[in-house]
Design a binder for this molecule. Sequence first.
Ligand SMILES: O=C(O)c1ccccc1NCC(=O)[C@H](O)[C@H](O)COP(=O)(O)O
Length: 241
Amino acid sequence: MSKLELLPAVDVRDGQAVRLVHGESGSETSYGSPLEAALAWQSAGAEWLHLVDLDAAFGTGDNRALISEVTRAMDIKVELSGGIRDDASLAAALATGCTRVNLGTAALETPEWVAKVIAEFGDKIAVGLDVRGTTLRGRGWTRDGGDLYETLERLNKEGCARYVVTDIAKDGTLQGPNLELLRNVCAATDRPVVASGGVSSLDDLRAIAELVPLGVEGSIVGKALYAKAFTLEEALEAVAQ
Ligand SMILES: O=C(O)c1ccccc1NCC(=O)[C@H](O)[C@H](O)COP(=O)(O)O
């Protein structure tokens, strides 16, 4: 059985590494330099970094230069998220040398464009399925964007390589992941799934790791690392097989 990949998160707002609660703008706790946070996760043994431009996601500007600087400074794989919605923002994201990008809003609002870039860029494109219940949310998680399973069916047919699944109700809360949601999404697709939102403990990570045979490939970890609920070294050890 392959091991669960861990993707420590660096969410950037106004040049700072932050964590939000339920992804809500204005709920930020600041954790300082994004570059220092990313380098710390890399030094601790991370193989992936999940890097989010929250301003681009919310439409309150962008941190494009800083995101590019952080990505270029990494020797590890980087997944970029936030505000990638058209050819220009996708080209800028891919030009950083990141390993893959997450498309969220675009998958809900411009499905033809997403189908086109999935066909063109293959597994460089993941789609973020950010849900409240089974309703997708776009525009920095502020607007409803359709039914999770209908969208998943469409994206499966279009050849989407991977999904990043976030239960917004859990995100940034340290209340544990939504394992039922992950099981249900895995049952509705044969593509790998990356879990996101709510991890609070090493036991949460072990519980997600038990879903690897169902199709869960990785887990993003944000708040728990910043709140020092455990170290990244401990997390990597917990999911090592
Ligand atoms: O990823 C986005 O585009 C995004 C948009 C708006 C608000 C939040 C967004 N992402 C948040 C994350 O990806 C978190 O880093 C991740 O879910 C970690 O959650 P947690 O472990 O609960 O801190």
